[in-house]
Design a protein around this ligand. Structure first.
Ligand code: NAI
Ligand code: MG
Length: 505
C-alpha cells in the first residue's frame, strides 16, 4: 500500500497492508471475484491524507444485472433453499466468529477508509457487527407463522412466514461494516438472497467480508457485492425488475429517489434516513453527565451519525452551567488521523462531506448565529478533512443549521423554559429518528419520551444500541425498523394457508 507507507499509517497490520495494497480489488458475483463489466475503476481515498488507498471496480447496470440474476438463482434453486434454518443460523454464527477473529484487521480497514479513530472502530463498530450476526443467527430457527382460529367451519388456517426473495441493499459510509451487518443479518436469517452495494467512499470492509462468506458456509450467489456509485450501480439496483425489495440507508433525497425507482415494479421498500435529533437537558439533570452526554451525542463518529444529537435544548436555568462545560469538552477533543492512538476525532469521510459541512458553517455564521467554539478546519491541519467540534448559539428556528441535517461535528444550543415548549420545539422538524432527555424527574422523563415523535428516545443516555433493540424513523427519517425482532417484518412475507379438514370425524 503506497499510502500505508506514509507516517500517518504507522501501525497498519501486515494483513491489512496486503489486502488494501497488493490485491487487485474485484467484486463478488455468484461466488466469484470479478472486474466491472466496463473494466472501469474508481479510487477510495484515505480522508486523513487525501491520498488514494485502492482502486475499486466501478459497477454499473450490467454488473447489477449479473448479480441480481445470481441472487435469483440462489434463491429459487441453489443450496441456500435446501439449507435448514439451523444450518442458516450456524452459517451466520460462523461468520460472526470469522469477523471476531479479525477484529483488528476490520477495525483498521474502517479507519483507513472512513477516517474514524481505530480505538473507536475496535470497541464499537466491529464488536457490534459480531454481536449483530450472532443475534440474527439465533432468529433463523424462530421465524414462525401462526394458526388462526377462523370462523369458517371445517377449516384449519395457518400462516407461513416466507422470505421476500432477492433483496437489494444500499448502504452508507458512516459505519461501513456495521451498516452491511444491519442489512445482511436479518435478510439472511429469513432466507433471502442479497445484492449489497456499499458506499463508494468506503467499500473495503464489505469486500473483505465477502472473502469470509464461503468459509462461513454461505453458498455462492446468496450474497453478491457490487461496488460503485449511487447514480449508476445504486440506481440500477433500485430499478431492477427482478429485485423484490430494496433496503436503503442514506440521505432523504436519495431515499425519495429509491422509492420512486422501486415504484416501477412495486418493490417493497425500507428506508433509514437522516435526522435532526433533539437532545433535551433539564436543570434537574446530573449536569456533568448531561454536558458530557451532549458532547458525545453530537461528536460520536464526528457527527456523521443519522441519530446525532444536533439540536441541544438546554433549560434556561441551566444554560450558563451546561454551556461552559460543553465548550470546554469540545475544545479538549484531540483531532488527528484515525490510526494515531491519541486521536479522539478523525477527519470527515470525504471532500464532499468536508465541503458540505463547511458550507453549513458558513451559512450559520452568515445567518447571524454565534460560534461558541470551533467553526472550521483547525489551523494545524493543511491536509485531511478535519473539522473542529463546533457549537452554535443564538440560533433561530428557521436557520438552515437548525433545520437541516449537517452530518458533521456541529451542534446548535437552544435555551428553553418549560417541558411543553421543548416538546413542541423538539418536534418542529421534518425528521423523527431519535431524541434524548436528561432529568432526574422520572415522570417528566417518560412524559417527554411520549411526546417526542422519534423512533428512539434515550433517557439519561445517548447512542445506546443493541442488536435486540429496534431502530428506525418517524416522519421523513424513513420507515421500517432494523434490528430486533422488528427487522424480521422487513425480510418476510406472510402466506395464509387454508386447509379443508371437513366437519365430521
Ligand atoms: P447518499 O444518500 O447519496 O448515499 C448513500 C448510499 O446511497 C450510497 O451507497 C450511495 O452510493 C447510494 N446512492 C446515491 N445515489 C443513489 C441513487 N440515485 N440510487 C440509488 N442509490 C444511490 O448520501 P451521501 O451523498 O453520501 O451523503 C449526503 C448526506 O446524506 C449526508 O450529509 C447526510 O446528511 C446524509 N446521510 C445519512 C446517512 C444515514 O445514516 N441516515 C448516511 C449517509 C449520509
Ligand atoms: Mg449522494
Amino acid at each position: 500500500m503506497q499510502a500505508a507507507a506514509q507516517s500517518s499509517h504507522a501501525g497498519v497490520a501486515p494483513a491489512v497492508r496486503e489486502f488494501v495494497g497488493k490485491r487487485r480489488h474485484q467484486m463478488l458475483i455468484d461466488g466469484k471475484w470479478v472486474d466491472a463489466a466496463s473494466g472501469k475503476t474508481f479510487a477510495t481515498v484515505d480522508p486523513a491524507t487525501e491520498e488514494p488507498l485502492a482502486q475499486i471496480p466501478s459497477g454499473d447496470k450490467e454488473d447489477i444485472d449479473r448479480a441480481v440474476r445470481a441472487a435469483r438463482r440462489a434463491f429459487e434453486a441453489g443450496p441456500w433453499k435446501q439449507m435448514t434454518p439451523s444450518q442458516r443460523g450456524r452459517a451466520l454464527w460462523k461468520l460472526a466468529d470469522l469477523i471476531e477473529a479479525r477484529t483488528e484487521e476490520f477495525a483498521q480497514l474502517e479507519t483507513l477508509d472512513n477516517g474514524k479513530p481505530l480505538s473507536v472502530a475496535r470497541v464499537a463498530d466491529i464488536p457490534l457487527v459480531v454481536d449483530h450476526f450472532r443475534y440474527y443467527a439465533g432468529w433463523a430457527t424462530k421465524v414462525e407463522g401462526e394458526t388462526i382460529p377462523v370462523s369458517v367451519p371445517g377449516m384449519l388456517t395457518y400462516t407461513l412466514r416466507e422470505p421476500v426473495g432477492v433483496v437489494g441493499q444500499i448502504i452508507p459510509w458512516n459505519f461501513p461494516l456495521l451498516m452491511a451487518a444491519w442489512k445482511l443479518g436479518a435478510a439472511l436469517a429469513c432466507g433471502n438472497t442479497v445484492v449489497l452495494k456499499p458506499a463508494e467512499q468506503t467499500p473495503l470492509s464489505a469486500l473483505r467480508l465477502g472473502e469470509l462468506l464461503d468459509e462461513a458456509g454461505i453458498p455462492p450467489g446468496v450474497v453478491n457485492i457490487v461496488t460503485g456509485f449511487g447514480e449508476t450501480a445504486g440506481a440500477a439496483l433500485s430499478t431492477h425488475p427482478e429485485v423484490d425489495k430494496v433496503a436503503f440507508t442514506g440521505s432523504g433525497e436519495v431515499g425519495k429517489e429509491v422509492m420512486r425507482a422501486a415504484a416501477g415494479t412495486l418493490k417493497r421498500v425500507s428506508l433509514e434516513l437522516g435526522g435532526k435529533s433533539p437532545n433535551i437537558v433539564f436543570s434537574d439533570a446530573d449536569l456533568d453527565q448531561a454536558a458530557e452526554g451532549a458532547a458525545a451525542a453530537i461528536y460520536f463518529n464526528h457527527g456523521q451519525c443519522c441519530c446525532a444529537g444536533s439540536r441541544l435544548f438546554i433549560e434556561q436555568k441551566a444554560y450558563d452551567k451546561v454551556m461552559p462545560r460543553l465548550v470546554e469538552y469540545s475544545q479538549n477533543i484531540k483531532l488527528g488521523p484515525g490510526m494515531d492512538p491519541e486521536t479522539q476525532m478523525g477527519p470527515l469521510v470525504s471532500s464532499e462531506q468536508f465541503d458540505r459541512v463547511n458550507s453549513f458553517l458558513a451559512s450559520g455564521k452568515k445567518s447571524g448565529a454565534k460560534v461558541a467554539t470551533g467553526g472550521g478546519r483547525p489551523q494545524q491541519f493543511t491536509k485531511g478533512y478535519f473539522v473542529a467540534p463546533t457549537v452554535f448559539t443564538d440560533v433561530k428556528p428557521d436557520m438552515s443549521i437548525v433545520r437541516d441535517e449537517i452530518f458533521g461535528p456541529v451542534v446548535c444550543a437552544i435555551p428553553f423554559k418549560d417541558p411543553e415548549e421543548v416538546i413542541k420545539a423538539g418536534n418542529e422538524t421534518t425528521y423523527g429518528l431519535a431524541a434524548a432527555v436528561w432529568t432526574k424527574d422520572i415522570q417528566k422523563a417518560h412524559r417527554i419520551a411520549q411526546g417526542l415523535k422519534a423512533g428512539t428516545v434515550w433517557i439519561n443516555c445517548y447512542n445506546a444500541f443493541d442488536a435486540a433493540a429496534p431502530f428506525g424513523g418517524y416522519k421523513q427519517s424513513g420507515f421500517g425498523r432494523e434490528m430486533g425482532k422488528a427487522a424480521l417484518e422487513l425480510y418476510t412475507q406472510i402466506k395464509t394457508v387454508w386447509v379443508n379438514v371437513g366437519t365430521s370425524a
